[in-house]
Design a protein around this ligand. Structure first.
Ligand SMILES: [Zn+2]
Ligand SMILES: [Zn+2]
Length: 198
């Protein structure tokens, strides 16, 4: 099944396939929360406990048909994940690892919303709540599914590596290990000012 990917203003458009085999998690880590604040739209991105609804899959399943030049990315720290968003309207797209050798994308729910089909019908329900120690609010969400989630991602990356499909990655330049946009790396002061908003 093909599911649309779209930024809020519609400049960036694409598709994702095989989302029924993807892994849907909610991550409560500080960096996912900081990224939402970096984009200035945390209310639309985070749930009441500061969680981000993320759909993890292989980058080979993603195709951009329109506006890939609007894709921009940030790294909250020098060694952090590459966090992608649409520069036109600051819609979060997803998180990749810094090297194409590790084929991973965690799509953020906001870019999977244009379809009338609710996400749970495409991907299923959340199968893990991770990093709940950083969750906000008095009643913390329960942690579950962390280890199976890590296992599924490692298996997916290994499979893509062995069959060569890791090379199909719309977030990296063809044939080289460089992202299609130069990541903005936040300095310490910028990172701290985001953390102060959490
Ligand atoms: Zn846009
Ligand atoms: Zn996170």
């Amino acid at each position: 099944m093909i599911h649309p990917i779209q930024c809020e203003c519609g400049c960036v458009q694409g598709t994702a396939v095989a989302l029924n085999q993807a892994t849907r998690i909610t991550c409560f880590c500080k960096d996912c929360q900081a990224f939402a604040h970096f984009l200035g739209n945390s209310n639309a991105i985070l749930d009441d406990n500061g969680g981000t609804d993320i759909v993890q899959t292989s980058p080979k399943n993603i195709t951009f048909s329109q506006g890939p030049e609007n894709l921009a990315c940030v790294r909250l720290t020098e060694k952090g994940m590459i966090r992608w968003y649409a520069s036109c309207c600051k819609t979060p797209i997803g998180n990749t690892l810094p090297s194409r050798n590790f084929s991973f994308i965690g799509l953020i729910h906001n870019c999977l919303n244009p379809s009338d089909i609710p996400l749970h019908k495409v991907v299923g329900e959340t199968c893990a709540q991770v990093n709940t120690g950083s969750a906000k609010g008095d009643s913390k969400p329960k942690s579950f599914g962390t280890l199976p989630t890590i296992g599924r991602n490692i298996l997916r990356m290994l499979k893509d590596r062995i069959n060569g499909s890791y090379q199909q990655n719309p977030f990296f330049l063809p044939g080289v290990d460089e992202p299609i946009a130069v990541p903005k790396i936040l300095d310490e002061a910028e990172y701290e000012s985001l953390e102060s908003l959490l």
